[in-house]
Write a protein that binds this ligand. Structure first.
Ligand SMILES: Cc1ncc(COP(=O)(O)O)c(C=O)c1O
Length: 398
């Protein structure tokens, strides 16, 4: 999830000439740097870090991050299965509001922790959780930090987690109903740099659920915080210390955006240039279908190539959708057909949400290793499109 703010990147420039466009390039060193930064922020208080695959699940990228992770966070049976395959020894934590009976045994098979989203899910599936899976429950603390309520996990009619008042009432009324729950998941923020909000959440958990916390094994504090951009890490450490010190709980985090957003760029080529309504439009060979949150959250992504002087362009996407644009940008150099344009800081929620809209091939995926080596991992072909579109081998001969 992205806010509408424009961020200024510390741009890393891959060797653009060698890259087929459109391309996603993710920077392994940046992923590592962000994970190390999260660990530094946590400091001696500890806290385990799982990467939220919902933000980034490209397998070679996950594999390169695994040495710096404690595990992976999954949101479905497929993600849980992929997580176990990519990181056999890691912690796999799964939660989903849309768990179906058929998913539960599979999720349990691949997950060490499974947080149920509601009390009804818990009641229905509690006996299906077997083996190594530690069951937990997602709690909605009812504290809203995200202004736009469409993206606020704690909004009034939220579907995400058990309202804390309901959980607290249940503990008083029929604590036996929660017997067997070993952990708690709370995730109710988005791109926050203010760990005082996290501390407020943890203090609320302590206040409302107090002694019960002492019967649990773990608390997962979710994602939603940008560790390396945080104003002050003291409240983060205080939050973790409160849970570990008072209740001896294992504390986990499952950031997505914080770890990968800076690591990903889209490299594109200008395919057309013309004037429209008094503005220069540069049509790129990529589309907002390759970075859907640009449209979803109406933000203008950063683009490399700003600087002194200004050649203004509307950078437009290649699809027929009128709103397929990356916004107005001032570039230091004039564009020509064939020029490269790099959209930066789109590493989170891009490839995982990308679509085949208009049949435009998904960007070729490259990684950039810490020594600068570029590796091409996946080029999407007509056969991939055919397969996605339900076509057969027979169709591919035409
Ligand atoms: C349960 C849960 N954990 C972790 C995350 C990752 O959040 P972010 O990418 O904001 O760090 C999300 C995002 O929606 C989530 O719902």
């Amino acid at each position: 999830m992205r806010s509408a703010s424009v961020r200024h990147s510390r741009a890393r420039h891959p060797d653009q000439a060698a890259i087929e466009t459109p391309a996603y390039v993710y920077d392994e060193a940046m992923i590592r740097e962000q994970l190390q930064s999260a660990r530094r922020a946590l400091g001696p208080s500890g806290g385990r870090i799982l990467l939220a695959m919902k933000a980034f699940s490209f397998v070679p990228g996950l594999r390169s991050a695994v040495p710096w992770l404690d595990g992976l966070h999954a949101s479905s049976a497929f993600e849980a299965r992929l997580a176990r395959r990519v990181f056999p020894a890691g912690i796999v934590h799964t939660t989903s509001p849309g768990m179906r009976p058929v998913d539960v045994p599979e999720v349990a098979n691949y997950s060490d922790r499974l947080s149920f989203n509601s009390l009804t899910q818990w009641e229905r599936f509690r006996n299906d959780v077997t083996g190594r899976t530690s069951p937990g429950i997602r709690v909605n603390p009812g504290l809203s930090f995200v202004e736009d309520e469409r993206y606020d996990p704690s909004s009034r009619h939220s579907k995400l987690g058990v309202p804390i008042d309901d959980l607290s009432a249940m503990l008083t009324r029929s604590p036996g109903a929660l017997q067997g729950i070993e952990g708690l998941l709370v995730h109710n923020n988005c791109e926050s740099t203010d760990f005082r909000q996290l501390l407020r959440v943890v203090e609320l958990l302590v206040d409302r659920l107090g002694p019960w916390l002492g019967t649990l094994k773990w608390v997962n504090l979710g994602g939603g915080y940008l560790f390396s951009e945080a104003m002050d890490v003291a409240p983060l450490r205080a939050a973790v210390d409160l849970l570990t010190g008072r209740y001896d709980l294992e504390v986990l985090f499952e950031p997505g955006t914080a770890i990968v957003y800076r690591a990903g760029s889209i490299i594109s080529t200008v395919v057309d240039l013309f004037e429209s309504g008094g503005e220069q439009v540069a049509v790129l060979d990529t589309s907002v279908a390759h970075a859907p949150e640009v449209l979803e959250f109406q933000f203008v992504p950063d683009v490399d190539g700003g600087g002194p002087g200004c050649h203004p362009y509307i950078l437009a996407g290649a699809s027929c959708l009128a709103s397929d644009t990356f916004g107005r940008h001032c570039l230091a150099e004039q564009l020509e057909v064939g020029s490269r344009v790099t959209i930066t800081e789109v590493g989170a929620y891009s490839l995982v949400k990308a679509s085949w809209f208009n049949g435009i091939a998904l960007p070729t995926v490259y990684s950039r290793a810490p020594d600068g080596t570029l590796t091409r991992h996946k080029r999407f072909t007509f056969e991939d499109f055919l397969d996605f579109s339900g076509g057969s081998d027979e169709d591919s001969r035409n």
